[in-house]
Ligand binder design. Structure first.
Ligand code: SF4
Length: 641
């Protein structure tokens, strides 16, 4: 393998020939460079998309910081090279390398992929290939790095089971240290790779696919997951932290523009709203808030250490943070005169108070974002986002009257039982909101409607429903394009082919790994990019493997069907999800569970963890005192509730 000095020398030759060389140099403020030879374990953290996107990924930044806090460990970053750089790298035999020390990835002990969404799968294969690491887990030997992956997409790991040695299910903050310890112990004993996998499978929240075999029914549906080793967990229960660890403040400051040039501070994890389409809301329960003083202190430290001028106070539903108005006002007061801009993504329409709007007023006041997700009250009841149209209009009026000229509205089409009238309502609602803005701001008011297409996700109440067909998506998008061709109204949408890809992969089984591999061989990569997505490569891959894409997307799942992801437990009971699906068919809603617990399954599964933090940090009710139990001690029945 090439030495770092040789990689650096070849890289210097390539940089003047590619777009945005700053993606590949490293050397930014706050990067951590440790002595390669003085640590026991070297971890490469890979975001399988370009630097500009990956540098805004908070999960990657948190793991980088946590690992580098350990004296015995170093963590370095790697990203997918853009197409021009990949071509250049392959032409001169330059392997994928880490930004910090320029070591090739194959020299690391552990290579960890961040998989927040499914359209990164072919890029993951490409990164392994560029690194010279065998693509298939079964082809790796004790000399190869351990390849792990985590992130929201890992809650259905099966489509990637062949390529990843071990998946982290759930929150990685504690698990990553346990993986490193297991790896260190294994290396000292110098035993075979199988022993390492056995030890990893013993960590709660770690799934090692090699210890399971999938079985299918004669009609092609999934039948069961057989354990090939009795020590392998079934189900594999997700891992959570009892309390959010102190926020990261020492962010790396890129030389080039990235997607978000801001300090991201996670104020709360999980969501109690129960939107039925929302994968993140289901898999990240329970809600745990971060104390306000911890957030304010973190903002102070992060500004001092990075110089950023924008703070993102992040969560799945930031306006649900108990003290959100106090928090924003306190940050404003503490940093008055520093030209700080505060962004609060993911605001709930019904909780955006006038006080909150006043508090987040920033000097730029460029755009305000709301996500009604559907335009009729019927449809919003079906998806369990029961805000009234009047409430939405009132909030929109208040936003325009406070001087925001642009209101961004996010919708989805393709929800279960959606009609063309529901789609027409999106256009009508956007025009009505624009008209309100025009009353207040005249021609300055604009509405930007972002309309994506719903993809049914595993572990949600909608995991049983079919995805919309490409013909219907086109018809619905065509209607919106015709109806929303109005000055002041901007419409953006997701290409239907991209939606189908996400749908195939989201609810795929182990057989989908052949399709991913075949698509990658045909040149599929950067599937999340309009100019990178190669639909034909995927269709050809399905043809080659003999699998029917419609089987994964357009099939209504039977009530009693076993899903290929059921051995991965979010701890939400299947009955809870199914009852909620039935409730959606009756157009009934479920309240915010902070007002009353609906027994989703979290509490019995994590009662021991809950007891470690009685009181207000968790938004689930307290559980009765009992001797403390570790998450690792959970039994299957407790986990499944
Ligand atoms: S246990 Fe109850 S309060 Fe907690 S997330 Fe589930 S339904 Fe909500």
């Amino acid at each position: 393998m090439l030495a770092p000095s040789e990689i650096l020398s070849r890289l210097e030759r390539l940089l003047p020939t590619v777009q945005k060389p700053g993606r590949y140099t490293g050397g930014e403020l706050n990067q951590v460079v440790k002595d390669w030879d003085s640590v026991k374990t070297r971890v490469a953290l890979v975001f399988p998309d370009i630097y500009d996107l990956g540098m805004s990924n908070l999960g990657l930044a948190i793991l980088y910081d946590l690992l580098n806090q350990c004296p015995e460990v170093l963590a370095e970053r790697a990203f997918s090279p853009w197409v021009d750089m990949e071509t250049a790298m392959r032409s001169i035999g330059l392997p994928l390398f880490s930004l910090e020390s320029k070591h090739p990835l194959i020299d690391f002990d552990i290579v960890g992929f961040s998989l927040p969404y499914e359209t990164l799968y072919t890029n993951t294969l490409n990164a392994l290939d560029l690194a010279g690491i065998p693509l298939f887990s079964s082809d790796r030997t004790a000399k190869d790095p351990l390849v792990i992956a985590g992130g929201h997409a890992a809650f259905n790991p099966e489509p990637m089971h062949a390529f990843i040695d071990a998946f982290v299910i759930g929150e990685g903050e504690e698990v990553i240290h346990e993986i490193v310890s297991v790896h260190q112990a294994w290396r000292e004993q110098k035993v075979n790779r199988e022993d390492l996998l056995h030890s990893l499978a013993g960590i709660q929240g770690v799934y090692v696919p090699a210890f399971y075999r999938a079985h299918y029914n004669s009609d092609g549906t999934f039948s069961r997951m057989e354990r090939l080793w009795e020590g392998a967990a079934n189900p594999v229960i997700k891992r959570i932290v009892a309390q959010l660890p102190p926020p990261l403040t020492r962010f790396i400051v890129p030389y080039i523009d990235t997607v978000h040039n801001r300090i991201p501070i996670e104020i709360m994890r999980g969501c109690t709203r129960g939107c039925r389409f929302c994968h993140a809301g289901m898999i990240t329960r329970p809600v745990r808030e971060r104390p306000m003083d911890e957030i304010v202190n973190a903002v102070e430290q992060a500004i001092a250490q990075t110089g950023f001028e924008e703070i993102g106070l992040l969560s799945l539903s930031s306006s649900d943070y108990t003290q959100v108005v106090d928090l924003v006002q306190t940050v404003n007061q503490r940093f008055v005169g520093r030209h700080l801009s505060i962004s609060l993504p993911s605001l709930r329409i019904e909780t955006v108070s006038v006080d909150l709007m006043d508090a987040v007023m920033d000097e730029r006041r460029s755009g305000f974002t709301l996500a009604p997700e559907a335009a009729t009250e019927r449809m919003r009841r079906i998806i369990n986002k029961p805000v009234s149209t009047e409430q939405l209009m009132e909030t929109a009026r208040a936003i325009f009257s406070r001087g925001w000229p642009t209101l961004k509205l996010y919708f989805m089409i393709g929800h279960p039982s959606e009609t063309m009238e529901d789609v027409q309502a999106v256009a009508d609602l956007c025009k009505a909101v624009l008209a309100e803005g025009r009353k207040v701001l005249g021609g300055r008011a604009t509405v930007h409607a972002g309309v994506s297409t719903f993809v049914p996700k595993p572990h949600t109440p909608f995991q049983w429903v079919p995805s919309e067909t490409i013909e219907n998506i086109r018809a619905k998008q065509g209607l919106l394009k015709r109806q929303m061709h109005t000055p002041g109204l901007k419409l953006t949408w997701t290409p239907p082919e991209e939606t189908l890809l996400e749908a195939w992969l989201s609810r795929g089984d182990r057989r989908m790994a052949q399709v991913i591999f075949a698509a990658w061989q045909r040149g599929a990569r950067f599937d999340a990019w309009k100019d990178g997505f190669n639909y034909q490569a995927w269709m050809d891959a399905f043809t080659e493997t003999g699998l029917d894409p419609a089987f994964y997307t357009h099939r209504q799942r039977l009530p009693f069907e076993t899903f290929p992801w059921e051995h991965i437990s979010t701890t939400l009971r299947k009955k809870f999800l199914f009852d909620d699906y039935l409730r959606s068919q009756r157009e009934e809603t479920l309240d915010d569970c902070r007002q009353g617990c609906f027994a989703c399954g979290i509490l019995p599964a994590f009662a021991g963890v809950r007891r470690q933090h009685p009181g207000d940090i968790w938004k689930c009710p307290d559980v009765s005192p009992r001797p403390q139990m570790k998450a690792q001690d959970l039994t299957k029945s407790e986990a499944l509730g």
